[in-house]
Design a binder for this molecule. Sequence first.
Ligand SMILES: CCCCCCCCCCCCCCCC(=O)SCCNC(=O)CCNC(=O)[C@H](O)C(C)(C)COP(=O)(O)OP(=O)(O)OC[C@H]1O[C@@H](n2cnc3c(N)ncnc32)[C@H](O)[C@@H]1OP(=O)(O)O
Length: 217
Amino acid sequence: MTTPADTSGAGMPAGSVPLTSVPQDAPVDRATAAARRVVEALLLTDRANANLERVAEELNGIAEHLEQHAPAVRDRMVDMWGGEGVTRHDPVTGLENAIALPLIVYGLPDGSVRGETTVTIPYQGPPGCVHGGVSALLLDHTLGVANMWAGRDGMTAQLNVRYHRPTPLFEPLQINGRQESVDGRKIRTTGDIRTAEGEVCVSVEGLFVDKKVPRPR
Ligand SMILES: CCCCCCCCCCCCCCCC(=O)SCCNC(=O)CCNC(=O)[C@H](O)C(C)(C)COP(=O)(O)OP(=O)(O)OC[C@H]1O[C@@H](n2cnc3c(N)ncnc32)[C@H](O)[C@@H]1OP(=O)(O)O
């Protein structure tokens, strides 16, 4: 759904570290990347001449194969939430989630976080522009990662989103987040989406409350 994620950290300040999962050459990563390619290709293909009857049949065959090999949802959820806390299944950075962009978020030495991505057709809102809900999704998650990087995190209680100008598809975008303050259980975090020229398209102020939902076991 985006151009392939840049995992090199090129363009990030020296000392930046990836905080979200980075692509591996695992079969699940490759299968998920192929599924993203299918989603985009389905939107772009010639509706009349691409033999979509056969495409539907083949895709249903793949879905049936995957379903036949699926354990109980509960067991998969335990598995998903195992490990050190960097998720591979979430809808923003998850490399095992075909609807994730995916975005890789880096922790910067100044305490803030930044991701870079180029959003394409599946996330279109106004013509040629990123859907406003997708921008909010990108920022909500990035602010969550910023809180983790700062050492105090919680659940989103409020997200005030200001749309300054349309956010372009097909252009590199910077997604920024920074924890501003902690007051008891209340955490205030800000962020924005900028073009490569530094123009702010969307900015957010988030209130997070330190509360955890237990992981499935
Ligand atoms: C090293 C790094 C590795 C990084 C590795 C990355 C890993 C991957 C990162 C994942 C990043 C995910 C980022 C997505 C984050 C979601 O998507 S979270 C999901 C969306 N949010 C929700 O579902 C929250 C639902 N709401 C709730 O659960 C609860 O209402 C809340 C908001 C947590 C509040 O909890 P509560 O315990 O009921 O809080 P309560 O005691 O009533 O209030 C505490 C204080 O907060 C205030 N407050 C509570 N709610 C509100 C509100 N809505 N508005 C204003 N004030 C409020 C209260 O007034 C109170 O204030 P004080 O009286 O203390 O001054």
